[in-house]
Design a binder for this molecule. Structure first.
Ligand code: HEM
Length: 515
């Protein structure tokens, strides 16, 4: 009896091992037998680095016209796959989302071990899942976001007042400066219950500047990322500068955390829990590698991360919306008419109005289609060898998904280069990650976690700006010759910052903020 049992168990084990070996060999053969995606030939050592050009999203879009929607590049030592069609995006997110959920970490992001506490750069695993869960269950739920509407309104009112004061003083103003201060304050209110910056005082200005600098360094192409042997040399001094600026920003944010910890010990608490309270109270379940809590340093990194992830993206989108509206005066008029009708001429827009502002929603979508702030998404990484669309893709391949190219693809969009918000009025396409021809926030597991907040901020800010002001360009500029060049750093910004001349649109009740 015992012998029979042993025989059955050992045969079972042998069968399982044999099956495993057969499957593993088959997979290996499949991977070995199939080829890499097509791509331009590379130079020795540097590979295809020159193919990236100054505007990688544009150069890669041209390469995809020549080689197809899946292109293979060797960037120094980094294998890279570029996807440039809605079908390729769908395959990636529907069939390989987990495999491609890794991140490629750049040298700049290793400064001060930033990457180890970061969610955007964190590798897929228990720590990342925990951060993501806190964000989706504690910070970016509809009810939590509703609770902070008054903070967004306050920050937007301040912005409108600052803009008006500055335009009375200077004539024309640089829009992006005011929008980035506003979005910085929205995040500081949600996270730390404080305004950190205003155009006059120095207070949080150094923090704001350090964070802006970190995004500059983070967006610079760095040869050390392509040649690991050069890492210790840091030839462009990017990591050195990044270490200085991230270090400064971390010190600043850390002072808030220390003060809050002392206040809580002395039983001084906010009436409403902000994000810092949530992080300090958080207790992990310690299952599957999840830690018991989040260290003080990692809370600080998370705070910096939400500032960086939101400020530039929101500012870039709003600057491009206003740019497109100034180039397309009839769209501006239709939008103003919608706001007058839905919100009322003498009333302030509130978030409850957003659902009824269909044309405003279409304008935002059309802008994100043509000017996605993160045109190649945050680069993903294949966590294992995989067969993708018939090609063999080795583990650790970096993935660029060119959402900029997909947004301009004539096989997805009629007259793709024209700004026509109307195209979204008669369609149900949105940016929630299900329509792969339009994914400015990404899709799948690594999709933008701040989307629900970004949606509110974009519509409330734009609605308020357009309802409050009449907009014009500086005297020397006409819509036809506006400079539409782009500049790619961490986000895709307008190369020549937009300057505008303002007039109050509704000088009476609606100008509460301006008084
Ligand atoms: C116009 C506004 C915004 C746009 C277009 C945008 C877009 C994106 C994109 C494309 C990604 C990468 C997705 C991927 O790699 O597949 C991303 C990631 C992320 N975004 Fe946003 N974002 C915006 C606003 C915000 C805001 C307001 C926040 C938070 C306050 C935020 C927080 C994040 C974070 C933390 C990640 C990393 C997610 C992860 O790796 O798990 N974003 N965003």
């Amino acid at each position: 009896m015992e012998f029979t049992f042993a025989l059955v168990v050992s045969s079972g084990i042998c069968l399982a091992v044999a099956l495993f070996l057969i499957t593993a060999t088959k997979k290996k053969n499949e991977l070995g037998a199939r080829k890499l995606p097509p791509g331009p030939p590379g130079w020795p050592i540097i590979g295809n680095l020159f193919d990236l050009g100054v505007m990688p999203h544009v150069s890669l879009a041209s390469l995809s016209k020549r080689y197809g929607p899946v292109v293979w590049l060797r960037l120094g030592a980094v294998n890279t796959m570029v996807l440039s069609s809605a079908e390729a995006a769908m395959d990636m997110f529907k069939n390989h989302d987990l495999t491609f959920a890794g991140r490629n970490i750049t040298e700049a992001m290793r400064a001060c071990s930033y990457d180890e506490g970061s969610m955007a750069l964190g590798q897929y695993g228990p720590y990342w899942r925990m951060l993501r869960r806190i964000c989706t269950t504690e910070l970016f739920t509809n009810s939590k976001i509703n609770e902070t509407e008054h903070l967004r309104m306050k920050c937007i009112d301040n912005m409108i007042r600052w803009m008006w004061d500055a335009s009375l003083e200077q004539g024309s103003i640089q829009l992006s400066r005011f929008v980035s201060l506003m979005s910085f304050n929205v995040i500081s209110n949600v996270m730390l219950s404080e305004d950190l910056v205003d155009p006059q005082t120095k207070g949080g200005d150094e923090f704001f500047t350090s964070i802006s600098r970190t995004t500059e360094w983070g967006g610079k192409p760095n040869v050390a990322d392509f040649f690991p042997l050069l890492r210790w040399l840091d030839p462009q001094r990017i990591k050195k500068n990044m270490t200085r600026d991230v270090g400064h920003a971390l010190d600043f944010a850390s002072a808030f955390i220390k003060k809050r910890i002392i206040d809580r010990k002395n039983n001084i608490r906010n009436t409403k829990m902000d994000f810092l309270d949530v992080m300090l109270d958080f207790q992990g379940n310690q299952k599957d590698g999840e830690p018991a809590d989040i260290s003080e340093k990692n809370i600080t990194i998370m705070i910096l991360e939400l500032f960086t992830a939101s400020t530039d993206t929101t500012t870039s989108t709003i600057e491009w919306v206003i740019t497109e509206l100034l180039r397309n005066p009839s769209v501006m008029r239709t939008l103003q008419a919608e706001l007058d009708q839905v919100v009322g001429q003498n009333k302030r827009i509130e978030e409850v109005n957003i659902g009824d502002l269909h044309y405003l929603q279409a304008v935002v979508k059309e802008t994100l289609r043509l000017h996605p702030p993160v045109p190649l998404l945050v680069p993903h990484r294949a966590m294992e060898d995989v067969i993708f669309m018939g090609y063999s893709v080795p583990k650790n391949t970096q993935i660029f998904l060119n959402v900029w190219a997909i947004g301009r693809d004539p096989s997805c969009w009629d007259d793709p280069l024209s700004f026509k918000p109307e195209r979204f009025l008669s369609s149900n396409i949105d940016y929630k990650g299900h329509h792969f021809q339009f994914i400015p926030f990404g899709a799948g597991r690594r999709m933008c976690v701040g989307l629900p907040l970004a949606h509110r901020m974009l519509h409330l800010t734009l609605g308020s700006l357009i309802h409050s002001f009449e907009w014009a360009l500086e005297d020397s500029i006409v819509p036809e010759n506006m400079d539409m060049r782009e500049r790619l750093g961490i986000t895709l910004r307008k190369a020549d910052p937009l300057k505008v001349v303002l007039k109050l649109r509704l000088p009476q009740e609606n100008s509460d903020a301006v008084k």
